[in-house]
Write a new protein. Structure first.
Length: 189
C-alpha cells in the first residue's frame, strides 16, 4: 500500500515542471602551453526548466491509474484483514461449541459408567443376564469413543485458532514465547 501511495505522488508530481541543475568546469586553450594558466580555466552553472505544454490527458490518466492501483491495494489489504478476523471468530465459535459438546458427552460417559455398574451389580445378584452387562459395556465404549473424537476436534480447533492469530509452531517461535518461572516468595509467620 505504501508503494502504491508513493506512485500516486509520483504521478501527481508530473504536473510540475522539472528543474534539473548542472555544473561544468574544465580547462580550455588553443595552445598546450597555455593550458596550465588560470586564464584557460572555465566553469558554468545553470538550470534547465522543462515542461510539456500539451500531453493530451496522459498525466491525468497516469494519476487516475496510480489512484486505482492504490485503491486496489487498500481493498486487498482490507480483505486480508477481514478474512483474518473471520478465521479467528470462526475458530473461537467452533471452540466454544466443542467445549459444550465435550461437557455433554462427558456427562453421557458418566451415565454409561453408572449404567454399567448397575448392570454388573444386577448380574452379580442374578437378576439379569450377561447380555445386559455386554450392552452397557458397548454403550460405554461408544460414548468414550465419541468423547475422544470431540476432544481431538477441540485440540485441532485450538491449533487453528493459534494459527489464525498468527502463532507459529516451529522450534524458534516456541522458544521465543517460553516464560521462565519466577520463584515464589512466601513469608511464613
Amino acid at each position: 500500500m505504501a508503494v502504491a501511495n508513493a506512485q500516486v505522488g509520483v504521478a501527481q508530481a508530473a504536473y510540475y515542471p522539472s528543474l534539473p541543475l548542472f555544473a561544468q568546469g574544465g580547462w580550455q586553450a588553443g595552445d598546450i602551453a597555455k593550458l596550465a594558466n588560470a586564464s584557460s580555466l572555465f566553469w558554468a552553472i545553470g538550470a534547465n526548466v522543462a515542461e510539456d505544454i500539451f500531453t493530451g490527458g496522459a498525466r491525468r490518466a497516469q494519476v487516475q491509474f496510480a489512484r486505482a492501483g492504490y485503491d486496489a491495494n487498500v481493498a486487498s489489504y482490507r480483505q486480508a484483514v477481514l478474512s483474518a478476523f473471520q478465521e479467528v471468530q470462526d475458530e473461537i465459535t467452533g471452540l466454544s461449541v466443542l467445549i459444550q459438546a465435550q461437557q455433554t458427552q462427558q456427562q453421557a460417559v458418566d451415565s454409561a459408567r453408572r449404567t454399567l455398574d448397575i448392570s454388573t451389580s444386577r448380574y452379580s445378584g442374578g437378576l439379569v443376564s450377561y447380555l445386559d452387562v455386554v450392552t452397557a459395556q458397548r454403550d460405554l465404549l461408544a460414548d468414550e469413543q465419541q468423547l475422544a473424537i470431540i476432544q481431538g476436534q477441540r485440540l485441532v480447533s485450538s491449533v487453528l485458532l493459534v494459527k489464525a492469530l498468527g502463532g507459529g509452531w516451529d522450534a524458534s517461535s516456541l522458544a521465543a514465547v517460553q516464560v521462565k518461572a519466577k520463584p515464589k516468595t512466601s513469608s511464613r509467620p
